[in-house]
Design a protein around this ligand. Structure first.
Ligand code: SF4
Ligand code: SF4
Length: 293
């Protein structure tokens, strides 16, 4: 079942007339002309901008396998990506997925992040380094591959960011979902835009909460407020296993924390709105339909 059908089910039959349609004339085997209705009005343009990071996020993009091909076939053109597309200068694009923090000692990096903001309609901080600095916060210099003392800051310290997608790395599904929702937000009808806004709203709220994250956020914002229900999601999301469950509650080894922000973002008692939780099956159904057109 395609996206249109699923959304018709979700929003009622009036959906059909509202779905963006790009009729394409195709010839059938008997040379008769028939109209094929494409559910996609036209594609959005997406770029992957690599600042200072380990490339784990771009690996996560590629890890969607056939999902990536479905996205590129139906919804998005990849117009910039040093790893996957042969384009040198940062072009105009609808969505920029920015991986990594910015080295403030490197003027090329500063220029690139400013240009990204100028050229992109939506800037997504992809992963813990772009959102919160993550392990690059600990860079002190003196290592073989890092002899100079250089400083790295999350992109939100230099430019306005629209969406945070924390995680080290964010899951392939989370990246895919954000791409589909960005498509619906920019190209969809009113119902689709409303659905996409609901999904993206909590992630759009994260940049307003600051550019620092730590495992201690669980302590100060969740556990100390009596909100923790002991589900263990934070523990499962920590990339360095700095969290263990003790007596039914998370215990954070602060010395091990690399400040990626994944645990607070994953916690169901953190910033996720109850309205979104109630609609989650609908949203996942729409994404499922989009990925199986
Ligand atoms: S405790 Fe783990 S998941 Fe949480 S911010 Fe630290 S490293 Fe990231
Ligand atoms: S994810 Fe949140 S609610 Fe679940 S154990 Fe961790 S702090 Fe508690």
């Amino acid at each position: 079942m395609g996206l249109g059908e699923r959304l018709s089910k979700v929003f009622g039959s009036s959906q059909e007339s509202k779905t963006p349609v790009n009729p394409t004339k195709v010839e059938n085997s008997e040379n008769k002309t028939k109209t094929e209705e494409k559910l996609v009005a036209d594609k959005i343009t997406i770029g992957h901008v690599h600042m200072s990071g380990c490339s784990g996020c771009v690996v996560s993009i590629a890890d969607t396998f056939e999902g990536l091909f479905t996205l590129l076939d139906n919804y998005a053109d990849l117009v910039y990506c040093l790893t996957l597309a042969d384009v040198r200068d940062i072009p105009k694009m609808d969505v920029a997925l920015v991986e990594g923090s910015v080295c403030i000692n490197d003027h090329h990096s500063i220029e690139d992040i400013r240009k990204t903001r100028e050229n992109a309609t939506i800037v997504v901080a992809l992963g813990g380094c772009a959102s919160y600095g993550n392990i690059t916060r600990f860079c002190r210099g003196g290592q073989w591959n890092q002899p100079g003392h250089e400083a790295f800051v999350p992109i939100g310290d230099l430019i306005n960011v629209d969406v945070y997608l924390p995680g080290c790395a964010p899951t392939p599904e989370a990246i895919r979902n954000v791409c589909v929702m960005a498509y619906l937000l920019l190209k969809g009808n009113d119902d689709q835009k409303a659905l996409a806004t609901k999904y993206l709203e909590p992630l759009m709220k994260l940049p307003t909460l600051g550019t620092e994250a730590c495992g201690c956020d669980l302590m100060t914002k969740i556990i100390n407020h009596g909100l923790c229900m002991g589900c263990g999601t934070c523990c499962a999301s920590c990339p360095v296993r700095a969290i263990t469950m003790q007596s039914g509650k998370p215990n954070i080894e602060r010395d091990m924390c690399i400040k990626c922000g994944a645990c607070y973002t994953a916690c169901p008692r953190s910033f996720i709105s109850l309205e979104l939780t109630a609609q989650f099956e609908t949203i996942l159904g729409a994404i499922d339909g989009a990925m199986n057109p």
